[in-house]
Design a protein around this ligand. Sequence first.
Ligand SMILES: [Zn+2]
Length: 286
Amino acid sequence: MKSLRECIEKARADRTAIGHFNASNIETISAIFRAAKKQNTPVIIGFSEGERDFFGVRQAVAVVKSIRDEFDFPIFSNADHTYSFERVKEAIDAGFDAVIFDGTELLFEENIRVARKCVRYARASSRDVLVEGELGFIGKSSKVLDSLPVGVKIGEEFLTKPEEAERFVKETGVDLLAPAVGNIHGMLASGLEPALNIERVKAVRAAAGASLVLHGASGNTASDIQGAIKAGAAIVHINTELRVAYRKALMLSLQENPDEVAPYKYLKPAMQAVERTVEAKLKIIS
Ligand SMILES: [Zn+2]
């Protein structure tokens, strides 16, 4: 079976991307896996710090690995948005296949310093752990929002600059880079998200050399997502749309079956809703 690094290389060669979907419970992981298996495409399960704490750091790794081993299927775990070296270390020690150090709220030099330390730690591991760095603030929540996240500006001058991306990758040695290219975390209630700046994706990719990761793709149009993939995004992150699908289906399930107390029965529609959402997204990106 291909490693995550090889899956990313193949996606780049094919001008497709790998889907990254977040989970904080086992039924969401199962739903994501079922959708990926149906389309026979590799998939990454992301766990933010909060999602990891809810699920259990080692448990998250163990569940994903057990599916990979049982089905001989390329499903990988990623420690999504990790804000300190200590927590990156914890994730690598626990066995995550990839980690994201998110230093977007730090000064540029400090972001470089900590990201470099994370890369060094990953390289010292006996496993091939991929490290992703981030440049440019795109907000922090995976919610439905009424307006752009606080602190996010999407004018061209606020997007990740190609020359900074080049320096960041060169000085840190990160395998993957998440730029700010008009994308935002969470999704807007209006349904009208800013367009992605595809030209900037292309320029950052050319300057940085590393494969790019598109965060916050919930709420973006299919053509924008596909444009970003053609321009250099090798991984696409979707979280909020899964959360919305899960919650809607769960509420309906509880309303329609007020006396049902078996979780494996009343949770089933939520699982199926997540599976359908992931399937639709995988058709767009892979
Ligand atoms: Zn993200």
